[in-house]
Design a protein. Sequence first.
Length: 344
Amino acid sequence: MALVGPVALRRRSVSRALLGLVGAGAIGLTALLFTATPFQGVLDFVLVAYLLYVVAQTAVSYAVEGARSARNRLALTLLVSALFLALVPLAAVLIYTVQRGVQAISPGFLTHSMNGVGPLEDAGGAYHAIVGTLEQVVIASVISIPLGLLAAVYIVEYGRGRLVYWIRFFVDVMTGLPSIVAGLFIFAFWVLGLHKGFSGFAAGMALAILMIPIVVRASEEMLKLVPNDLREASYALGVPRWRTIVSVVFPAASAGLTTGIILAVARVTGETAPLLLTAFGFDAIRTNPFSGPQSGLPLFVFSQAGSAFDVAVNRAWAGALTLIAIVLVLTVLARVLTRRNVLA
């Protein structure tokens, strides 16, 4: 009679050393194939080696661990590969932007505008564009965040019936709205229709149209995650619904709400098409967003990148790096503030 114990019940598994041998074998076989066949190129080599490794790993896992573990290992390998493929372009864009932007960025770039700077002069900066971007994003946030939060609260806490369905439907439609359509609407309504002209405020309204659906959908999902037990406990103490939402629901969902708002801000900070039709662009510093054309970092990058001169292209990379840094600072700041609120 066979003994049944921890040793007998222990399942066999593929060790890391064996996986390393499988990887080395896949690379060696790929090198042999590229030597004996017309295959060439680094990308082709990596792709063939990866396919051979996946096949060999699955076969070894099937032989050692069984069919179920082999399928699990194959699925895990594909998931990790998909994650890697998603991160590679992002990392490549960030690294390349930092490499090119650091070469051109300087204290003068952050404190001077392009007013009076010639096309071949290695001078000037993006101060006027930074001021314009910050003001336009603040205007868009002041308009869109309260509207988005109130709409999400109505959908989750108060809304019933077909009205909520149609609100969600139009919000979903607005989520996929091309950014240039938002800019064109403000251009036709505000700039031409009301004869207000180009301004940073017009750009802020166009960006707000793009922010509202993101804030609504993200806030709605976060509010749904708040347990109903918290609401019921507050109601049981006689607290009215509006006070429950402000004092219980919002603090419980603050981290998620902040994330949704930051996503909306990051979404519109780099928009160029709406600014072309609303802010129009201006090389000098204009701190009043309600009077006259105003620049922005996306417009600055767009105009400088389209130049035929290397000095302008370098300024475009520096502007792109500055734009990424602003979004990063806003994200970190929001995370820190949210974390303090949670700990408090």
